[in-house]
Design a binder for this molecule. Sequence first.
Ligand SMILES: C[S@@+](CC[C@H](N)C(=O)[O-])C[C@H]1O[C@@H](n2cnc3c(N)ncnc32)[C@H](O)[C@@H]1O
Length: 431
Amino acid sequence: MAGFTSLTERLFRSIKIYQDYLHSAGLPQPSHTVASSDGTVNPAPFTVHSLPDDVAAALEDAKEASHELHLLLLSPVEQITSFVPNFSRTLSLSFITKYRIAEKLAPSEKKSFKALADECNLDENDLRRMLRLAMTDHIFDEPERNMVAHTKASLALVTVPNLAFWAEGFTGTCASMTELPVAMGRWPGSEKETETAGALYRKMKGLPESFWEHLKLNPELAVKFGKRMEFISSNPTVAVAGFVKAYDFSKLPPDAIFVDVGGSHGKAAIAVAETHPSIRCIVQDISQPTINAARTNLPAHLKDRVEFQVYDFWHEQPIKGADVYFFRWIFHDWSDTHAVKLLKTLIPSLKAGSRVVINERCLPSHGEASAYKQRQHRITDLMMKSLANAKERDAEEWKAIFDATDPRFKFQPIVKPPGLQIAIIEAIWDP
Ligand SMILES: C[S@@+](CC[C@H](N)C(=O)[O-])C[C@H]1O[C@@H](n2cnc3c(N)ncnc32)[C@H](O)[C@@H]1O
């Protein structure tokens, strides 16, 4: 664990690199204030500017050092008590997204709490109290008493595609996650998707206990879920482009067959086909409407090389002898027992040398990453637990599910491309 002085020096050094770059590139210094030119869609919502690699690394380093420094500045008691505000802050975001408050305000407009409350059919005092809490995170501003204006963060809820859907869903998931301690005590080690924090929460609301059942019965939620996934995929540290760049395609025959299992709209397959002109891709998904939409939206020049197929991955894999069976964000939705079952459905279709390639998180092992770098992995892991008794896995757990399925799977070294949150996990079939 780094000490106070070294963290301060790191912070000073990395901020200087970032500031010098902004200065030399003629870019504005960081601020929360909406500039007159703001209000347009930011094509790269996760970064304010597109930065050279070394400057992006310095910025990341500054975030990490300031996070650790902040924790060192708190007393041990404050470290504990600061958890309460952390949780409450999600409530104001939940309120803002539920009532679409950000959309009611133009980029450079000032509007009274009263006018906003009237537009949302809410009580003025309730709205003021929630927004004033959000303002402590610089989400909205009160430039003069009782008047509300956008900050860059509140405006992002309007201009960044699907961010508001993601925030609404995420704050809802946080609410159901509060049942985790109860669920873990009631059903220790359960792998059933109906014995979860989410199930307890949904039951209280009279909804189906299984998340997947809930999604199936609620088309409106399914659409929102798709939008949230799209937002998550727009994060460059998890985007499919990162996989395409990092995976060594030279290992495959030039005319390889690449099956994107549970591939949704086929983003991964399309990216592979675009960059590798002789690879043929098949996208499989259980959802007929998803496959229909994906077919309609496929760029015309890929029609010969990207096919779509409705398929339920709990049944035997219909594409025999493919070179790659690719799974992105599939295994983390399922417990270990299910993961083994899923791998077994592939076995009758594998040829010698077929590869199972998984593009998901690989949790850091002990001492591998700082607390700051671990946090998002740990949150996602518990989110999957609360959703369906599913999980994120570390390197040992990934190997264990292949070993438990069949010793003919030869597990390969896991690749963790620098700057990406998601890893490449691979096993080769060796009969
Ligand atoms: C978390 S999304 C991942 C989508 C895609 N791989 C990606 O990276 O964006 C899970 C996908 O699995 C699909 N799915 C769920 N159960 C399935 C099943 N039994 N068979 C095939 N696909 C399934 C869903 O329809 C959804 O598109």
